[in-house]
Every structure is written in structure tokens, then in C-alpha cells.
Design a protein around this ligand. Structure first.
Ligand SMILES: Nc1ncnc2c1ncn2[C@@H]1O[C@H](COP(=O)(O)OP(=O)(O)OP(=O)(O)O)[C@@H](O)[C@H]1O
Ligand SMILES: [Mg+2]
Length: 402
């Protein structure tokens, strides 16, 4: 048996078919019908014509496969030598997904452009058009519920397919094979958190107004489509125009926690909405719907205006107290038990602060901006303005919009 060998299993046959794009016949027999071939890639005459065919195939027809096998540690010593021990053949399975993807996109695997709890995002270029794209790959082990495509990816695809809008990130493609799923998204150079950081957390009032309006336009459209985002935060908003004072071309992204409201009103699911952007009805175990996203959008608005998060804390209770310290509670505000079952009247009491005090004297919000914040941050979700209603705010027609 040769020391360096390539074990061609049925799995690897599929890889080869995908790499070349055509069914492969070796020595008159389709590759898929070969149970196992040991191929010495290193050279030398093995006396078998069909093995020479495989070598040539790998070297010429399937350079991507070669590249891929090497990247995943299957290859050793030089360009033309691939070693796959029989025990590792099963590990070839995930490569199918990579190969399928790499036929269409040149992916920059070395450096993810984003990494989150659910997976990683990579920059890529469409091989045909050169158009940049972002590949969002979900970690399969996060799926938790056993094998298969994680629920977050399915939710994200369903939501993105339903929301073609200039202020929602565009889903270009879905590549799905053997339990893996990659979302191919239009590429945007920055997220809002990075954008604010780059500008030292000081955005021009006109830029804030424009970005907030774009956020609300995208959000209003999602809500018209009966989609709750449930995870609005600066890192989940992408920005095309990241120049100083850039007014953005903002797009809502990361629909991994999104759900359709048409399936009934969801009750609190632990972990929905990052704590700093989470509304009281979620903190206090109430039923929730589209007003959750309006609260989060208001927190983002406040953050752009202030240059630091509106409500923050290291734990849920710290965030709750941060909200109460600014908006006042609970003496001045009513949290009916039915709507907020987990609210405790024993919470310490806080006085309401003015928006000028909260945002600072330089905020340039104006009375219209203050009113908009007020309307979007109503404790009672039924009193909170809708995204569509917020778009009608005088703030978007006032001085800040000029
Ligand atoms: N289309 C895109 N273009 C450019 N960058 C993107 C794109 N989509 C995502 N990113 C980057 O990757 C990061 C993570 O993406 P996303 O929020 O969709 O994934 P996630 O794994 O759900 O993250 P998290 O768990 O942190 O919310 C984003 O904050 C952004 O910086
Ligand atoms: Mg995210």
C-alpha cells in the first residue's frame, strides 16, 4: 500500500463531481461506483491507468478541491500530494459545503469580518461578477437540537426573503448542503457600532436624523410584513456610507432572532433582545409584539444622540435600574400586573430626569426629537408609537433633517 494515499470514497466522489461540475468517469466507470481507491499522489508508476486519471483530475480539473483539502489539513508536503487517512474520510463531509460555496465565491476565510454567538461572517467576492458579498456561516454545533440546520438560519432566511427593502440587507443566495447553510448577503463595509466608534461617538445631528429615519423605514417595512426583528442594536445595523458625517444607506441585518407575528403573539423567550436594547415588557415577562423593536430603535436613537448607550448595565437588573433612573419608576409609572407579571413593586423608586440632562446640552435634539424619544419609550407597549407613526414625527422635517 502506498504511504501517501488518497482514499476516494463515495463522499469524495461527490466532492470531485462538484469541483469539476460534471459527472466523472474513470476507466469507463462512474466515479460514484468506485467504492474505494487508494491513490498515491506523490508520483511514480502504480501501473493503474485509472489512478493516473484521478491524479490528473485533482491537479487540473479541481484546483479548488486541492486548495480546500490543504486548508483543512488533509494535505502534506507539496502541491501535488494529498493524504487522507481512511479514518479521516468522514471529515470530508463539511468540505462539500465549502466546495459548493467556493465554486461561486472567492471567500476570505483567514479573517472573519464579524463573529457572533451564532457563527462567523466572511468577506467574499462573486467569481463571476466581482461583486462583494458577505458569507454568514452558522456554527452547526450551536444548533443544539441535534443535526441539521439551526433554527436561527431558517428564521433569518425566511425573514430576509420576505423583506426586500432598501433599508434591509439583501439576501443574495443560500448555499445549503449536508446540514450546513451559508447565507450570502450583500456586503456593507461597517456596522453602526463600528461607525460610531470610528467617529469617536460623535455623529452630526443631520447624520443621526438620517440614520434614524432609515432605521425606522426598514423597521416599518418589517412590521408591515409581520416580522419582529427582536435583536435591534448598533452591531446589527449595517452602513454603506461610512465616511465622516456619512448619512449612511443604513440596512437592518441579523434576523437570526426574528419571527413572524402572524403566528400569534410570543411570550417572553429568555435571551431575546440584547439587554441594553430590551423593553420592559420583555424584562417583566409580558406578551410582546412589534413595540419591542420600537423600544430598541429608540435606544439606538438615544445612543447616537448621546454618544453612549442610553441604558446600560452588566446585568439585567442593572439595565432595569438604568432605565428607571432616567425614565422614573415605579412611583410615577404604572406597571399593571397583567401586562408585566414579573414586575416587583418593591423596586427602589427613582425620579424622572429631563432629556436635556440625559443627552447633554450639545445634543441638538430639539423639542421634536425629544418628543419622538418620549413616544418611542413609552413603558406601556400599547401606548408606544409604531415605527410607521414615528416616521411621521416633526423631527424628520425639522432643523435636524436639513
Ligand atoms: N452583509 C454584511 N456585510 C458586512 N458585514 C456584515 C454583514 N453581515 C454581518 N456583518 C458583520 O458581521 C457581524 C455579525 O453578523 P450578524 O450580526 O449577522 O451575526 P451574529 O452571529 O448573529 O452576531 P451576534 O450574535 O453578535 O448578533 C455584524 O455585526 C457585522 O459587523
Ligand atoms: Mg448580530
Amino acid at each position: 500500500m502506498p504511504t501517501a494515499m488518497l482514499v476516494v470514497t463515495a463522499m469524495l466522489s461527490s466532492l470531485l463531481v462538484m469541483a469539476s461540475g460534471e459527472p466523472i468517469v474513470i476507466a469507463g466507470k462512474p466515479l460514484s461506483e468506485w467504492d474505494m481507491l487508494d491513490v498515491d499522489m506523490s508520483a511514480g508508476s502504480d501501473g493503474c491507468e485509472c489512478l493516473t486519471d484521478v491524479r490528473a483530475l485533482l491537479a487540473q480539473t479541481a484546483p479548488q478541491l486541492f486548495h480546500l483539502l490543504r486548508r483543512h489539513g488533509f494535505s502534506e508536503r507539496g502541491e501535488r500530494r494529498v493524504v487522507v487517512a481512511p479514518t479521516r474520510a468522514i471529515e470530508l463531509q463539511p468540505l462539500l459545503q465549502d466546495l459548493l460555496l467556493e465554486r461561486h465565491y472567492a471567500v476570505q476565510w483567514q479573517q472573519p469580518i464579524g463573529e457572533g454567538s451564532f457563527g462567523a461572517v466572511f468577506r467574499a467576492d462573486d467569481r463571476l461578477t466581482g461583486r462583494p458579498a458577505a458569507i454568514k456561516r452558522t456554527k452547526l454545533e450551536v444548533a443544539g437540537e441535534g443535526e441539521g440546520i439551526p433554527a436561527s438560519s431558517i428564521r433569518e432566511v425566511a425573514a430576509l426573503k420576505a423583506t426586500a427593502h432598501p433599508n434591509v440587507v439583501q439576501l443574495l443566495d443560500v448555499i445549503c448542503e449536508h446540514g450546513g447553510m451559508d447565507l450570502v448577503l450583500e456586503y456593507l463595509p461597517a456596522n453602526l457600532a463600528q461607525h460610531m466608534k470610528r467617529h469617536r461617538f460623535v455623529l452630526e445631528p443631520q447624520a443621526v436624523c438620517s440614520l434614524q429615519q432609515q432605521l425606522l423605514k426598514g423597521l416599518a417595512f418589517c412590521h408591515i410584513c409581520s416580522i419582529l426583528h427582536r435583536d435591534l442594536k448598533p452591531a446589527n445595523l449595517l452602513i454603506q456610507d461610512a465616511r465622516p458625517g456619512g448619512h449612511g444607506n443604513l440596512k437592518i441585518a441579523d434576523f437570526g432572532l426574528a419571527r413572524m407575528t402572524s403566528f400569534g403573539k410570543p411570550r417572553y423567550t429568555p435571551g431575546m433582545v440584547t439587554a441594553w436594547y430590551r423593553p420592559p415588557e420583555i424584562f417583566f415577562g409580558g406578551k410582546y409584539s412589534s413595540p419591542v423593536d420600537v423600544w430598541s430603535a429608540a435606544c439606538i436613537f438615544g445612543e447616537m444622540v448621546r454618544g453612549l448607550p442610553l441604558f446600560h448595565g452588566k446585568s439585567d437588573i442593572e439595565v432595569i435600574f438604568s432605565i428607571f433612573r432616567k425614565l422614573g419608576a415605579p412611583r410615577s409609572v404604572v406597571f399593571p400586573q397583567a401586562a408585566f407579571p414579573d414586575f416587583k413593586p418593591s423596586f427602589p423608586q427613582f425620579q424622572r430626569r429631563s432629556w436635556e440632562d440625559i443627552c447633554g446640552p450639545d445634543a441638538e435634539l430639539g423639542p421634536e426629537g425629544v418628543q419622538l424619544l418620549e413616544d418611542m419609550l413609552q413603558y406601556d407597549p400599547s401606548m408606544r408609537i409604531s415605527a410607521k407613526g414615528a416616521l411621521g414625527s416633526a423631527y424628520f422635517a425639522g432643523a435636524a433633517a436639513q
